[in-house]
Design a protein around this ligand. Structure first.
Ligand SMILES: Cc1cc2nc3c(=O)[nH]c(=O)nc-3n(C[C@H](O)[C@H](O)[C@H](O)COP(=O)(O)OP(=O)(O)OC[C@H]3O[C@@H](n4cnc5c(N)ncnc54)[C@H](O)[C@@H]3O)c2cc1C
Length: 611
């Protein structure tokens, strides 16, 4: 199985046979195309939700559920399967390394959906079973567009083809229509809110964004000065290739010509996001916040939302409310004696100027990315003593190893970011975590062995498990279930810890503060002039409760926004929240880039009355 003809033939045979099963609604035959422990991930093609099923029984159960009097598979009517051989995801060999490598053929295909009338795209990973038959280890089906309402890449602007208005007038007219009657109100104009607004606009839906800040990108600008992303540039791009072809290569391929470094500083990122909002002509009310709890009227299926826009109060009545307010307000634990402490004490979100503490003793409570960045900043600015307090253990990976593993492009460099995202999302997250446990994490640990040994020697505690004995899920486990809390993608602090320039106070609970430091439960003390609490952010659900009140929040699904549900799909975000007309958009760049489209499709489908 080496030539491209063979790869194509294997894929085509399997796909042809799968199509027969699908078009005849034969769920049993459909399931027989999988390994008995194979995986099926479906995003919006067979249900209006995100589903991952593993094993023949569960897949069969899902396909056979009765919808409008027909089994789901027959009801949805997936047909016209065609190998997608003109893209970077055309049939190719794959290997999933592990104790026993899994090898096979992978590739993308397109298809149509009958109900609702839609276009889909799928991805398979086939391997040979014990009888040498090609079966799916994974199958991914993803709704691409609703027929007749495809995402538009064309903008009809200006003085041409009989149009007689200027670009400014055109944009202004569109903005006035949105402001008068927004179909969707997005609260929060960070990258999650903006990408959602851009998708909705391209799908022909009026979306108004409000943000409490004065300028797009301010949430990044307000973070600590030395912050640069810990994820490489390609991971951090937003959907620009399709919307901003001119900027495509600038952010996707960082190199000297583009002046986008591989790890983007926060100010540059803020400006980029700002330019994105302008270029996408997104309708945004700056310096605008919710005044009171929004009210949902079930009979009109509309919200009443009162907002403060500058010095005016305005009532908005959208059908859909999208909460894109970011990762929650700073989480500040309280200890006795905090108000007696006579030095500077603040949360890492408010870290601004390490220089003013030159020559001082600093304690940073928290051993994640923010804690590491801030320790590094204090060392660089001449603090006499910098100590990091680590309560439990941290999942640490060097950025070099992360680039070779987690952030490695699965396709050639020239592949569009959309192809990369599609490829990455074709992998069920629960399987990904299983593969980590089965050996991938071990491999990453090997690559960082010397570094980890150095950290341990310095007293730093490492982990790759979410809880003791639950399996080494590594960075991805923390990224997908805890929004990366408890991780350190090292970009320099590790070396300082190993060299003793950042000291570690490990494994002791804080007992209380006194006037010049922190007392621990073992009776030890750290004296300090400055204490920074790098203790993370409140859960998104807590922010939701503050903004929306108990009545609405109590109707939401019980899980925390983000994190994984029992099937391994991201909780609530970009998918039904449990409350009609209420959606969440959240998470790192790779989530908003991909799932903003799904949010748009679900809202569009409701507008069209097909969901
Ligand atoms: C220190 C730090 C480092 C990070 N590094 C990375 C990284 O390397 N890579 C990565 O992918 N992610 C990183 N993240 C995560 C990053 O925050 C998220 O990826 C991203 O900011 C989430 O985008 P967002 O749009 O959901 O939220 P945000 O960017 O936080 O935007 C939320 C917006 O909502 C507005 N808002 C909030 N509440 C209200 C309200 N009540 N009314 C009106 N507007 C409101 C805010 O003003 C803000 O503009 C980092 C986060 C932090 C804090």
């Amino acid at each position: 199985m080496t030539s491209s003809e063979d790869l194509y033939a294997i894929s085509a045979d399997w796909l042809r046979s799968l199509e027969v099963a699908s078009s005849t609604g034969d769920s049993k035959s459909f399931v027989s195309h999988f390994l008995s422990d194979g995986w099926f991930r479906d995003l919006l093609c067979l249900s209006w939700d995100f589903r991952t099923l593993s094993g023949s029984e569960k897949i069969h159960g899902f396909l056979s559920e009765v919808i409008d009097g027909k089994p789901r598979l027959e009801h949805s009517g997936l047909r016209d399967f065609k190998i997608d051989d003109h893209t970077a995801n055309a049939p190719s060999p794959f290997t999933l390394p592990g104790p026993q490598d899994i090898e096979g053929v992978q590739g993308a295909f397109t298809f149509t959906i009958a109900k609702p009338a839609a276009l889909g795209r799928g991805f398979f990973r086939l391997t040979q079973d014990a009888n040498g038959k090609w079966k799916a280890l994974t199958l991914f089906t993803n709704m691409q567009d609703l027929v007749g309402h495809e995402e538009s890449f064309a903008d009809q602007h200006g003085l041409y083809e009989g149009r007689e208005i200027t670009w400014e007038e055109d944009v202004d007219t569109k903005f006035r229509a949105i402001e008068a009657d927004p179909t969707v109100l997005i609260v929060g104009g960070g990258q999650s809110g903006l990408t959602s607004a851009a998708r909705l606009r391209r799908l022909g839906i009026r979306a108004l964004v409000i943000d409490k800040n004065a300028r797009v990108g301010d949430s990044w600008r307000q973070r600590y000065p030395t912050l640069k992303l810990h994820t490489p540039t390609y991971q951090s791009s937003i959907p620009i290739r399709m919307y901003l072809p001119l900027f495509n290569d600038i952010i996707y391929l960082s190199d000297a010509r583009t002046n986008f470094p591989n790890y983007i500083p926060k100010g540059k990122l803020a400006n980029f996001i700002d330019s994105y909002a302008m270029n996408q002509e997104l309708c945004i009310w700056h310096s605008t916040s919710l005044v009171s709890t929004p009210v949902y009227n079930s009979s009109s299926a509309r919200w009443t939302v009162e907002v403060q826009r500058g010095d005016r109060k305005v009532i908005v009545n959208p059908k859909y409310l999208v909460l894109a307010t970011g990762s929650g307000s700073p989480y500040t634990p309280t200890w006795n004696g905090m108000d007696e402490f006579q030095g500077a004490l603040y949360h890492s979100d408010f870290h601004k100027d390490a220089e003013q503490f030159r020559g001082k003793r600093v304690v940073v409570v928290g051993a994640g990315n923010a804690g590491a960045d801030i320790c590094q900043d204090f060392v660089a600015h001449g603090a006499t003593e910098v100590t990091m307090v680590q309560r439990s253990a941290t999942c640490v990976i060097t950025s070099t190893t992360a680039e070779k593993t987690h952030f490695k492009l699965p396709l050639p460099d020239s592949a569009p970011i959309e192809e990369v995202d599609f490829h990455n999302n074709s992998m069920p997250l629960a399987l990904l975590l299983q593969l980590h446990i089965a050996g991938w994490t071990q491999h990453m640990k090997m690559l960082d062995k010397e570094f980890h040994d150095g950290l341990r020697k310095a007293g730093f505690n490492l982990t790759w498990e979410l809880s003791p004995g639950s399996g080494e899920v590594g960075l991805d486990g923390f990224l997908f279930t805890r929004q990366a809390s408890g991780t350190m993608i090292d970009i320099g602090c590790g070396k300082l810890i190993i060299e003793g320039k950042v000291k570690i106070k490990q494994g002791q609970e804080i007992s209380h503060f006194d006037k010049d430091g922190i007392m621990f439960k073992d009776g030890s003390k750290l004296s300090a002039d400055v204490i920074v609490l790098a203790t993370g952010n409140e859960p998104i659900m807590k922010t939701a409760r503050t903004l929306l009140g108990n009545e609405i929040t109590d109707r939401l699904l019980p899980q925390e926004v983000m994190g994984l549900d029992s099937e391994g799909e991201l909780n609530q975000t970009y998918r039904p929240s449990g409350h009609p007309g209420l959606w969440f958009a959240s998470g790192a760049f790779l989530f908003s880039r991909f799932f903003s489209k799904h949010l748009g499709l679900q809202i569009l489908a409701r507008e069209l009355g097909v969901a």
